[in-house]
Design a binder for this molecule. Structure first.
Ligand code: HEC
Length: 168
């Protein structure tokens, strides 16, 4: 009889211990410790075989050659350049410098890889609007993607702004 009593005690203690452990694990495993996606960290690719409903089609980085051929739907105008400048100042100037001169003209560039001079006439001639648009939306070799922060339309305005830089 004594042994049955001790066995019962042990079973109750074990069950209590297990429930306590479950509470501790759930307590520790809260939202700050689970994996999470930070805004702007990456652009999600559409699953194969789906069709977008609204929004813009995002051409993945691997298909830059396709994106390169996309025509610029936003006409070059002072208004477009002004919008482009505003977004460039917010998102791009920290690395590329306020006038897109690259090197270490942007404060972040001194701690990061110095970006190229975007006003360089050779580079301007070599790149299509679509290529640069793709660079902004899905990112470059090391440059981050801005497809989540900027709409496709806003990216085209920035491209117009970059073109206007070269004309000066
Ligand atoms: C974190 C720093 C950083 C930010 C922010 C950044 N870039 Fe860049 N960008 C780079 C670097 C570094 C390169 C060169 C290396 C590479 O191609 O990834 C580059 C390359 C480029 C190129 C050159 C592509 C070519 O023709 O070779 C363009 C255009 C460009 N960036 C535009 C932008 C625009 C527009 C924005 C804002 C939406 C922006 N970048 C934001 C770092 C940055």
């Amino acid at each position: 009889m004594k042994y049955v009593f001790i066995l019962c005690l042990l079973i109750v203690a074990a069950a209590g211990g297990l429930m306590g452990a479950a509470v501790v694990v759930r307590w520790n495993d809260n939202m700050t410790q689970t994996p999470r996606i930070v805004p702007g960290e990456r652009v999600f690719r559409m699953p194969a075989g789906v069709v977008p409903r609204g929004g813009d089609l995002i051409i993945p980085r691997e298909q830059r050659d396709v994106a390169t051929k996309a025509p610029n739907p936003v006409k070059m105008s002072d208004a477009s350049v002004a919008i482009g400048r505003e977004h460039f100042t917010t998102f791009c100037a920290p690395c590329h410098g306020a006038e897109g001169k690259g090197g270490v003209t942007g404060p972040v560039a001194t701690k990061f890889i110095p970006p190229p001079d975007l006003t360089n006439p050779e580079l301007q001639k070599q790149r299509t609007d679509g290529y640069w648009h793709s660079y902004i939306v899905v990112g470059g070799a090391v440059m981050p993607a801005y497809g989540e922060a900027l709409s496709s339309q806003e990216a085209w305005h920035i491209v117009n702004f970059l073109r206007a830089l070269a004309k000066k």
